[in-house]
Structure formats: C-alpha cells, structure tokens
Design a protein around this ligand. Sequence first.
Ligand SMILES: [Zn+2]
Length: 309
Amino acid sequence: MVNDECKMANGRTFVILHSSFAILRYTIVGMVQPSLTQAQIRPLPIAGQVGFHDVVRGLRGVGLTQHSRVIVHASLSAFGRVVGGAQTIVGAITAVCGAVIAPSFTYQTLLVPKVGRPDNGMAYGDDSGDADFWRPDLPAHDTIGSIPNTLLKHPAAKRSSHPALSFVAVGRDAEHLLSLQTLDEPFAPLAWLADNGGDVLLLGVTHRTNTTIHVGEWRGGRKPFVRWALTPERVVEFAWPGDSSGFDAIADSIKHIVVRGQIGTANVQRIPAAALVKIVEDLIRADPAALLCKDPDCERCRDMRKRSQ
Ligand SMILES: [Zn+2]
C-alpha cells in the first residue's frame, strides 16, 4: 500500500490511499486530523484509465447522437490506458452514433511499376515483390491503426471492395455509403457524408489522418494521381490522393467549426464535414499550393505543385 500526501492551498493535508489490487482507488474525503474515523470513502476511477462510459460521455459531450453519421480516425494509444482496448472505443462509437465509417486501407496491395506516367507523385522501379493480393478479409495496413481492424470484426460491419482504399462501415446507410465508392471516386462515401450532415471525428489524431480533406481538394480542382493494386483477377488502376503531411495547416481556418472535447488523454474533435470540405475547396481555389507539405523530398507535393503552375 502506497500513500500520497497532498497539501491543499489552505494548509490542510489529504492522504490518498492506493489499493494494492489496483482495481479501485479510494480517496479519503476529509482531513487526516482530527480523526480518520470521520473519513468518508468513495471510489474513483484510476487516474488515466478510460472505460466504456468515459468514451460514451466524451462522444456525447461533443454533440454526437443516434442521428450522427461519422467518419472516425482514432489512435488507441492516445487515450491512455483503455479498459477493454480498441473494442471499448469501437463499442462506444457504434453505441452513440447512428452510422460509423472508417478507412480500412490496404497499402500492402500497392504495386510499383518499372515505368509509368510522369508527374505522378511517385518513383517508379518495380518494387512490387512483397505486394499482397486484395481480399475482403485482408487486414487494414498497420499504419491505419487498430480501431478500423476492430471495427472490421464488428458483427454488423460491411466493407467496400476497393483493393487499396476500402472503407468499413457499421449502422444506418452503411451499405449505401460503401456502394458509392468507385475506382475514380474512392472518397465518394465521404463526399456523401459531407452532403448529408455527417461529421469527421478525430480521436487523438491530427488532420494528417483526416481523409475528408481530400474531398475538398478534389472539389477545389486538384487532380488525383494514379496507383495500381494487385487483385486475384488482375492489376487494378485507380485514383490516388495527394500527400496529407501538410493537412495540419487547415487547423486555423476551421477552428470556428470544430467542437472540442477530451477522453482520457486523447483530444477529441468533431468537425461538420460539409463546412470542412467547403473551406478546403475555397482554400485550394485561392491557392493551388495550399495544404501541401514543405518536405523537398515529398514526391506527391512536388508533383502537385508542378501540376498547379
Ligand atoms: Zn508532401
């Protein structure tokens, strides 16, 4: 048993007793003096530990309801310690919102040809020996995080069949949303969300993961790149977005529409998708180089600048 002693501003001393079982922590409410026998004891959650109801409260706190449709981007590690892990986060989001969609992208299917069209934001060179075949149960790429892979295991989950940019969805409109995706319009489900009152939900991540910004880029006139992926039937060609490393630059322009909250140690942002897409579209129209990153070695941003000149 380890005790912490806390000095209060008025000079009184409180003692916090930590249970050696580390399940519940008890705070002594009252002064150590004159008598411990007068202490009232009440349970508190362990600091930094996040439970299902904490997540539900946090999501409702930023205005999400059964009427909400959200595209979610989340980092499990950003929350601190979560009781039940990714399943708790996924369970809470699907319990609170009417429809949930997340990227379940499979970059492991991408092919790199020896040669290809110029200014395509990539280096060619036949580096495709490790590519996986697309299949409906192929896990989302490691860089996409554990939340989409957990959502894929939800009993009501549906997944689109794009070989590299699939989405997973649960809830109202899930099948309709996913059916809108095509090889030329891989982000059509997000465009639909934007046009139908949906929200972007960022949980412990920044705009670098905010795929809906690509919808605004393309509506603003930015042309997609082209990529290829391996499927059991053939090599499939499709539209591919620009780099998102510079997307955090959008923060200032949208701060008036972001609803902020906190769950555990994770920052929560709910962003109305329609307003976000319109702001991005206007930014790109005003400055075709807006939201591109500053890395001189970034092939996608280099070629996007070249195309816009
Ligand atoms: Zn870049």
